[in-house]
Design a protein around this ligand. Sequence first.
Ligand code: ADP
Ligand code: MG
Ligand code: ZN
Length: 669
Amino acid sequence: MEPNQNNQNRGGGGRPPQNSFGQNMMIVVIAAVLSLFLMNWGSSLMRDKSEEEVSYDQFYEMMESGEVEKVSIGSSEITIRVKEDSEKYPSMIHYYTYKMDYDPELLPTLRANGIEFAQEAPDTSGFIWDIVIGLVLPFVLIFLIMNFMMKRMGGGNGIMGVGKSNAKMYMERETGVTFADVAGEDEAKESLVEIVDFLHNPGKYRSIGAKLPKGALLVGPPGTGKTLLAKAVAGEAKVPFYSLSGSDFVEMFVGVGASRVRDLFKQANSTAPCIIFIDEIDAIGKSRNSRYGGNDERENTLNQLLSEMDGFDPGRGIMVLGATNRPEILDPALLRPGRFDRRVIVEKPDLKGRVNILKVHAKDVKLDKTVNFEEIALATSGAVGADLANMMNEAAIMAVKDGRKAVSQKDLFEAVEVVLVGKEKKDRILSKEERRIVSYHEVGHALIAAVQKDAEPVQKITIVPRTMGALGYVMQVPEEEKYLMSKKELEARLVTAFGGRAAEELVFDSITTGASNDIEQATDIARAMVTQYGMSDAFGVMGLAKTQDQYLSGRTVLNCSEDTAAEIDRVVKEMLQKAYEEAKAILAENREIMDQIAAYLIEKETITGKEFMEIYRRAKGIPEPEETEAAEEAKPETSGEMKAEAEPEQPGNTPQEGPEEELGEFREV
Ligand code: ADP
Ligand code: MG
Ligand code: ZN
């Protein structure tokens, strides 16, 4: 993977050579001109303001005035030091004059005036240094800076590599990855198996006259394993794998991207069958009708890619895979038949998928018998493969730090929390009063979750501060994987989110900044209920917002008139107010239990969901863990009920219960 490897491009590399040669020459010339300029400027600066040149005559005058203390005679100039107490000449200034070639009077005059003098050693290195500093150094610096900038701009090779393809650099003969390394993406794998088979024996398909796909586009959120899948396809097919990122093609020099594409396909052609993988293809494949800003260079690159894809003979066994998490901005031409005509959706893994991903990454990790992947998977709904791989590694590191030989379930849960809310911050000492506030705040969340039957069970409550800003939090884990959320569940979330603030107001009669994150979350939920899920009486089933990039942020934009937007704000505000009032009512009713648990939490710092529920049940007089249908404080909602039908739904429409599972976050401000 040495960048240099690249300079020895194959003979007859197909790219017009004068192109990059011209560009290199340009850069050399620019650097030379700039450094000449710098040199001039530099030498005028070399003598700073505190030095003054005097004429040879003046030099004699100075000597004879008796104000000179010392002179040192260099090869071309004489430096004069004036006496400290000199009246005529300020002694802060260094005086110098150029030396006469031959001046027999000089020494006698110096002696006569009692001036100390010294001869500087004839010193050619000074001259050489002048050249080095004045000419070579700026040149080198400018070259380095420009080279660095080129690299930053995606060339990867600096000035010398302009226009050269990075393809070889990224070529892997054997990826060594197989489908067994990719877990939880069964549908995606299934549609890629065909591609593997095709690369294995293209003849089989050709003889029957079947047209084969030239490319497939892997689409899905970041970290779900798109790159991994592409590598697995190459690994399974045992063919070379060229991997480039879309941004590798986009450079400052016009024509480079296109020539890179040409070069890439040429090289691929010589090693076929093989796979070309273009990651983040949206960087070059953005729609050309420039809603997202046009760019000639990018368009040229895209055009070149399109024409290469049209040009190659699928029978040769070249498969182009692309990956993106923003398919909606791709140019339609890329998706036409004969190009990326297959779309392979790589979803966030479901419960079973997460279990399997954990298993894949636990392959080389020693686990003790407490480990239960189902539990971890339940607690990590919304996490992608990259998160899970990361968690597994964190857990292993924790076990090592602890001096244990195997990873335990506790390590894994801790790792989940590290990924979700950061590491424990033990050195943050809260005051007694703050600890009380945080404790009540978190217990407020937890109690409301326990009381409401549509809320998710509490897994853990803690007031140990975390590095990502939480002073405490409640971790809730659903009993089973959810794909749909009912209105009641969302409403329960709203009330739970306000549990913290409600507890503060109730107990301390004052409120803190700690609820800011709760408020933000609740507002987002309420807004989505009104604008996306059709869950408000005021607007009914009217869709008021559009999703923008469903695989990335899932951001929505309002799609309604200004009047309606104002009305939405009013409705949302009402919903939030109602939820807050309800939270206060629930906590007021359960005040004693809240005091009890809060005191216990202050003492213990962290309590498990089990401990919490034991105290709760004892206080409520609920005997058996199985029969939790007692708590009926949540008033049943009569209007606008929604049945959670298991009808096929767009994945983007169910609220993603991302890793922000815990609602009880208590953030500092
Ligand atoms: P993407 O390209 O979709 O952003 P990557 O393929 O780069 O995601 O995934 C990053 C890492 O996360 C992988 O190297 C792998 O360790 C892990 N990973 C992601 N998805 C999976 C999966 N489905 N199965 C196993 N590991 C996965
Ligand atoms: Mg990737
Ligand atoms: Zn909170």
